[in-house]
Design a protein around this ligand. Sequence first.
Ligand code: N01
Length: 541
Amino acid sequence: MDEFDAIVIGAGFAGLYQLYRLRELGFTAQGFEAGDGVGGTWYWNRYPGARCDVESMDYSYSFSEELEQEWEWTERYPTQPEILRYLNYVADRFDLRGLIKLATRVTSVVYDNETNRWTVETNRGDVVSARYIIAATGCLSLWQIPAFDGLESFRGSTFHTGNWPRDDIDFAGRRVGVIGTGSTGIQAIPQIAKQAEHLFVFQRTPNYSVPARNHLLTAEYQVSRKKTYREYRERAKYSGGGHSAILPTKSALEETNADRLAEYERRWERGGAPLMQMSYTDLMTSREANQTIAEFVRGKIREIVTDAETAAKLTPVDYPFGAKRLCVDIDYFETYNRGNVTLVDVRSAPIEKITERGIVTGGYEYELDAIVFATGYDAITGPLLNLNIRGRDGRALNDAWSAGPRAYLGLQVAGFPNLFTITGPGSPSVISNMVVSIEQHVDWICECLMHLREHDIESVEPLIEAQEAWVAHVNEAAAATLFPLAKSWYLGDNIPGKPRVFMPYVAGVGAYRRKCEEVVANGYDGFVMTSRQEREVAISK
Ligand code: N01
């Protein structure tokens, strides 16, 4: 059996950087990636309109100044093909491909008490052993299609946005149904509408969405940003969401109505998520403050969508602005003014079944040639539970997390020694700029591994008390916000039977990073570290 210091699962932003750092530090490592190329999320999500709604010059690695300086982003919000090119460039530039086995899915990860090593098996028959397991599996990689009756009988083509084919799909002349109006549906719908003969959008919950106001980046802008990249990145690391933005200082309720509207209008014109993050301090903590922005966006929907009935259906009314992930779009609401687009409300009349010809709802059969499922993911915990992880004494992670995820700092789980999760539950992850959070986790893990090596320590895992206190703190932080007031994948609401727990840590990447630094400064407070001798004594008892 091949033996490594570490196995890294996944070769997206997280896996690539993790492999790079391990090699630089002299650890032997093997990466496994289910896709037949690197890129993770950006490898799989090739649906029309896929792009990142974090700005390109923020949504990029900071670990190499050379990379930062030589890579040229072309648009404010990068498209999927551009991000995938970037990640391929990184894989080549840092010579990472030799460390990764592509088209290889990890099927089990099992800890051995006696040897303090993990055995990893894959669908290609690999059986390898490692001291450390690092799950770089992404938060939104386990796509899901709801169990619609009759799904298998449909005679047309079906697609899930998170598993989009590599070939170009042409919807010209076809009647297409899209189920789902989250961030993905909202990006794909305007593009599919341009091609399809007719597009039917099956919407269960209307979403708040803000225009992206995407544009090409000028050379001057890139040069000026690159000159100040270091300070810029440093500010992002200690910010709220992982962008270097000037944070608001004022409550929305301190402002006059006219000034508040002017502020919202200015940010709406500028475009993007800063409308939520930077306008006022209390949009996500005060219902009254939130109502001011929710009403502003509802007004915009009514202004854009010409048919009043369609506008009303598209208007979110029963949950706070931003409590489901805020969407950023290009011509989303405008798309409903096209003659070839029909909005079908499947909240009042849920999808009854899928037939060989199409989708049945409200007693009516919508005949379709293709169905696009933009129905989301078993987020954050799904990809980890899917690895079939068994820790000390054969305990399955699925059992340890049967009532919801329990992890310390989103980095480690008690009872699973030397297993690390990058952007795991209880860390800022999806509430932040993922690249900033990924780099911080990889750096923290590497510092920890070096500490273990230097001090001849064989294993690290959280103390159960520290883990429980952190889980309680993560829950308290979420409870102080409006996030739990919406049904969302942040809470696992989209997966039948999934425990309703708010999974990301909402207090901001700066506060979180300081906590991680403090833990290290206090001798890995909350973790238990065991030398070989101590472990052998424990086993022999
Ligand atoms: O998935 P979602 P997504 N019948 O879970 C609907 C990231 N992302 O792929 O809201 C009918 O948000 C469901 O309805 P409801 C981003 O973090 C980033 O869109 O549950 N409808 C919802 O409308 C995002 O949040 C970028 O009532 C059903 C939709 O399917 C995350 O990925 C771009 C249904 C699922 O929405 C996930 O977004 C795109 C049913 N039975 C995505 N079941 C960037 O730009 C589900 N739905 C970085």
